[in-house]
Ligand binder design. Sequence first.
Ligand SMILES: CC(C)(COP(=O)(O)OP(=O)(O)OC[C@H]1O[C@@H](n2cnc3c(N)ncnc32)[C@H](O)[C@@H]1OP(=O)(O)O)[C@@H](O)C(=O)NCCC(=O)NCCS
Length: 175
Amino acid sequence: MPLSAKHDAEAYKVYSDKRIWEHRPQARHESVKETHQLIGRTQASWAAKDLGPWGVYMRDQPSEFIGVGGIELVDGRVWDLKYRFRPDKWGNGFATEVSEAALKAAKRMDPDTPITARITTNHPASARVLEKVGLRPVWEGRRIGTGDDPSEPDVRIYADRDLPEEILEFLKARP
Ligand SMILES: CC(C)(COP(=O)(O)OP(=O)(O)OC[C@H]1O[C@@H](n2cnc3c(N)ncnc32)[C@H](O)[C@@H]1OP(=O)(O)O)[C@@H](O)C(=O)NCCC(=O)NCCS
């Protein structure tokens, strides 16, 4: 179902879990307000395209929230694929399943907008998910503003097509 403020508390449990942020511990949420704000930012995508990230539940246990996944329109210019699931649910193909559903929806409704994703380069499981759903790496380097901070891993941008230079520059400039 569409991710919304009613997911704040359950999503915060995921976004505040240290295991979720093993590859970038400094990004862990320390208050539900951060999660609320993150979810709030995704609402523009729902408003613009009737598509955005989902709160994800088990098909056979519909009250069991397992995390956040899907695709978000960023700045009206690109789709950004994302997934963040409860650690006890990893390894079941859920990130791949949700990503495939999101790609299908975005391609159907808005085939001209590039589909992209960004991961830290120290995260092979996340890279594997993107490879499995057919995205390919288009750029790798420093996250803007991180300079040579050794606690900040490099990032890699993926896309479903060659990106126009201005779109790539826009993605490289996203914090
Ligand atoms: C990354 C994450 C979304 C993966 O979710 P998942 O539901 O376990 O993913 P899937 O089961 O669909 O696929 C994972 C793939 O990575 C592979 N994998 C897992 N750990 C791996 C590792 N250390 N090295 C290489 N591949 C790995 C799995 O074998 C699987 O590939 P396969 O189907 O070819 O065997 C999940 O671990 C997560 O939510 N992590 C925390 C949040 C996060 O890091 N999100 C990404 C932000 S960029």
